[in-house]
Every structure is written in structure tokens, then in C-alpha cells.
Write a protein that binds this ligand. Structure first.
Ligand code: KG4
Ligand code: ZN
Length: 341
């Protein structure tokens, strides 16, 4: 049996995992920084990098210990190098390079988006491509034509906020805790999704791009009133918060589902994979299941623990290793989106 150590630190989770060459996850450790960023309502890059520095070695140690795999049993080191926050990415990369150098092991550079979609491949336990891929997270809302694990064509992305970012911002203006996605989902359970008819931005009906900033502004006006108008909005009672949360969630999900269905029609694929933090959303999962049944495609969703950021999904590094796509020790990070090779 061979083992890969995977490291992920692209945003605000410090993560390490050990995965064997049959893609079994031997350990998957995630140190969340939620508590550090909570009072700011979003990730503060400088705080994130400092926390990664403090946590990276304990997290790698714990991943090795839990897996029962010793450093000298490893066959390679995989590390997420793009896209993400530059300071955060650099911490993981420096740890990975150091280990690769000391242990004389091959290093592979993993793309975070490809890793999110690979989590679906891991869940399926078999080859799932070609497929339409939707990655919805705090930083991205991207639709892909996935020809293979590492051959993705970007079909559409957001022109303003990412879906998860919209969840986080709307939660903050409703007074719900960060991260916003789980808080909105929870609040929405007691709300009426038809209480407010928030705008759905389809940009153009035949296009696969997203926009969520208009929706966010509509929620802001509903919650806090329109500047310059003198009437104050009704008090934000728990029921009103629940109704706004449910109506907002419904609007986001309507748009995501419609664009996935359009991408399936345009590309003629029979499978859809869904990854990224927002893929943990129950309403999105249910509605896409329904669309899959209606339109006759297979929906492959990562288990919830592999939706939000983690290092196990960097098991895609095995694929890169097998293809001989190793990286040199002067490898650098690539913070910006997107590698469309
Ligand atoms: O993939 P991820 O952990 O980090 C990025 O790559 O950005 O995604 C985090 C995002 C946050 O915006 C969070 O609010 C959202 O995923 N999220 C959710 C849910 N759980 C996490 N959004 C909607 N519903 C959820 N249940
Ligand atoms: Zn992510």
C-alpha cells in the first residue's frame, strides 16, 4: 500500500490528510478558523495566514498520527497551490516543500477547484467524467465541462459575488453568525420560501454566468429599508429573518439549478458533479436531485465533510503523480483563478 500526504491551506481552513493509492482516506484533519473570522463576517487574509503558521505542523502531525502512517512510509506530498489567498497558500506550500525536500519525496501541485470536483469522484468510487461540474463556495461559483479530473473547461462564473459569499453577506445583515451558509439554511427551516419574491439574475437565458449582488441588495433593502425613503421596515423578528433567509436561499438555488440544467442541455452530458462549501446546502441538494430525476442525469455530490475545504480532496494528487506531473522545489503559488487546461 502506498500513501500520499495532502496539505490544503488556500483560505481559512488548515488541513492535512493521508490517502492511500486506492483513494481510501486514512485521516482527514481540518482546523477551522471560523471563530477567528466570525466577528468580521468574513475571512481576514492576514489573520488567516498567521493562524495557518501556528497550526500547520500540529495539523500535519495529527493527520499522520490518526492514519498510523509514518513519514518514511509516504510516497509523495500533494499541496494545494491555486487559487486562494496568497499568504494562506504560501504556508501550506512551504510546509509541503520542506517535507518533500527532507524526505526526498515527489511534490505535486493541486488546483483547489479540481480538488473540490475530485471529492465527487472519491464519493462515487469510480470514474464519473465526462460531466458538468458546479463548484459553489465562498470564493467561486463556476460551471465546468469536466472532460477528465484535470481537463476542465470553464463554461460560466460569477460576475460579482460568489454564491457562498452571498450567503455570508446576507447572514451578516440578518444578524446571523458566520459562516452564513449553515446559519441561513438553519434559519430558513422555519421560514416561508415564497414570503418574498427576490430577483433571480439569469444574466442571459442562454448564458452560464451568475450574478448574486442584485439579490443581496434586494435582501438588504427588505431587511434594513431603502436609503432615502423615510418609512422604516418592519422589525427583524425571528419569523421575518426566517422568511427572508428561506426566500433568499430559494432564489440562489433557483438560479444554480437552472444554470446546471442549461449546461447539461448544452453539453449533452449525462452526469453532474457538485462540489464546494455551498454543496453542503440541503435545499440545493434536494432541488438538484429533483432536476436529475426530471432531466435524466446522474447527480454526484461529495459527502458533506468533503464539500467544505479539506485536504482529503487533494487526493487528486495521486492522479498527477501517476501521470508523472510532479512539481519542482521552486514551485510557487498561483492565487488567481483559473487554470483552464
Ligand atoms: O469550499 P469552502 O469551504 O471554502 C471556499 O473555497 O470558499 O466554502 C465555504 C462557503 C462559505 O461561504 C459558507 O457560507 C458556504 O460555503 N456554506 C454553505 C453551507 N455550508 C457552507 N452555504 C450554503 N449552505 C450550507 N449548508
Ligand atoms: Zn473551497
Amino acid at each position: 500500500m502506498q500513501y500520499l500526504l495532502a496539505i490544503e491551506s488556500s483560505c481559512d481552513e488548515t488541513a492535512a490528510a493521508v490517502i492511500d493509492d486506492s483513494l481510501n482516506v486514512r485521516s482527514n484533519i481540518v482546523a477551522s478558523q471560523e471563530a477567528l473570522h466570525q466577528r468580521f463576517g468574513g475571512v481576514v487574509p492576514e489573520i488567516a495566514s498567521r493562524a495557518h503558521v501556528e497550526r500547520i505542523i500540529p495539523v500535519i502531525d495529527e493527520a499522520l498520527q490518526k492514519s498510523g502512517v509514518k513519514l518514511e512510509q509516504l510516497s509523495g506530498i500533494a499541496v494545494v497551490t491555486e487559487p486562494g489567498l496568497v499568504g494562506s497558500l504560501l504556508v501550506g506550500l512551504t510546509a509541503a516543500k520542506t517535507l518533500a525536500w527532507i524526505l526526498d519525496l515527489p511534490l505535486v501541485a493541486v488546483n483547489h477547484i479540481e480538488a473540490h470536483l475530485f471529492a465527487c469522484r472519491m464519493a462515487a468510487g469510480r470514474d464519473i467524467f465526462p460531466a458538468v461540474g458546479l463548484v459553489v463556495s465562498g470564493g467561486h461559483s463556476n460551471l465546468y465541462d469536466c472532460r477528465s479530473e484535470t481537463d476542465l473547461e470553464l463554461l460560466g462564473s460569477t460576475i460579482d459575488d460568489a454564491a457562498g459569499e452571498a450567503f455570508d453577506k446576507v447572514a451578516s445583515l440578518l444578524g446571523l453568525p458566520y459562516p452564513g451558509g449553515p446559519s441561513i439554511q438553519k434559519a430558513a427551516e422555519g421560514g416561508d420560501p415564497e414570503a418574498f419574491r427576490f430577483p433571480r439574475s439569469f444574466i442571459r437565458d442562454d448564458e452560464l454566468h451568475f450574478s448574486f449582488s442584485g439579490l443581496k441588495t434586494a435582501v438588504l433593502y427588505e431587511a434594513q429599508g431603502i436609503p432615502g425613503r423615510h418609512e422604516t421596515p418592519p422589525e427583524l423578528t425571528p419569523q421575518r429573518v426566517a422568511d427572508i433567509a428561506a426566500s433568499f436561499q430559494e432564489a440562489v438555488v433557483d438560479v444554480l439549478v437552472a444554470k446546471v440544467r442549461l449546461a447539461v442541455r448544452q453539453r449533452g452530458h449525462r452526469a453532474v458533479c457538485l462540489g464546494g462549501g455551498v454543496a453542503a446546502n440541503g435545499c440545493l441538494r434536494d432541488r438538484l436531485e429533483q432536476a436529475a430525476a426530471d432531466d435524466g442525469f446522474e447527480l454526484i455530490v461529495a459527502p458533506r465533510e468533503l464539500c467544505t475545504d479539506n485536504a482529503a480532496m487533494a487526493a487528486i494528487g495521486w492522479k498527477l503523480l501517476q501521470e508523472g506531473r510532479t512539481a519542482p522545489l521552486d514551485l510557487d503559488v498561483t492565487p488567481g483563478l483559473v487554470r483552464a487546461d
